[in-house]
Design a protein around this ligand. Structure first.
Ligand SMILES: [Zn+2]
Length: 187
């Protein structure tokens, strides 16, 4: 470690006290604070290892994952996941207390692949929609299936920003979004 040529006044990264650094690498004011820092670092490494293990144990074939698994897999905070569920941005199924399950593919669409970004600075990707007619309902089909009239369907589509596509005389909306919307009981 290089000796500082001059005394360097620094703020301890653990307790926030000002101290004179003995070397240019000194980041903590005391032996006690150094020890706290190394324990913290060790805990952080163990936490990451646990997350890795959790992700490694999710079979590729499983479509639904828990909130904890989503946190590990997409490196987003639990709060972010719950916020997106509350906002309806990501649909979820609630199998009971602490048993929320989220579709892996919804998260993949939103967060892309896995990345270790341990803060909240990520930007969600826009959802990818499949607007092929076979993956869509017509407005008539929606009103029949969910017993709502056409103009109410249009109202819900606008209110919940569901994309639509017009082909000839028919307007199509993605089945998945429509089903999720009406099954959620929100409208
Ligand atoms: Zn300190």
């Amino acid at each position: 470690m290089a000796r500082a040529k001059f005394e360097i006044k620094r703020k301890c990264e653990i307790c926030g006290a000002w101290f004179y650094a003995k070397t240019v690498e000194s980041r903590f004011c005391s032996k006690k604070c150094s020890e706290i820092a190394s324990k913290k670092k060790k805990a952080e490494i163990e936490k990451l290892a646990k997350l890795e293990e959790l992700v490694a144990n999710i079979p590729d074939s499983r479509d639904y994952i828990s909130v904890q698994e989503a946190v590990a897999m997409f490196s987003v905070s639990k709060d972010t996941i719950y916020r997106l569920i509350r906002k309806g941005t990501i649909p979820c199924v609630n199998l009971g207390k602490r048993l929320i399950r989220i579709k892996k593919s919804d998260l993949e669409n939103m967060f892309g692949g896995r990345e270790y970004v341990l803060d909240n600075t990520f930007k969600p990707l826009p959802k990818l929609y499949n607007m092929e007619p076979e993956n869509c309902y017509t407005i008539g089909e929606i009103s029949e299936k969910y017993h709502v009239n056409d103009s109410t369907v249009y109202l819900h589509i606008r209110k919940y920003s569901i994309p639509i596509r017009q082909i000839g005389n028919y307007v199509y909306a993605p089945k998945e979004d429509i089903d999720n919307l009406y099954k959620s009981g929100k409208p």
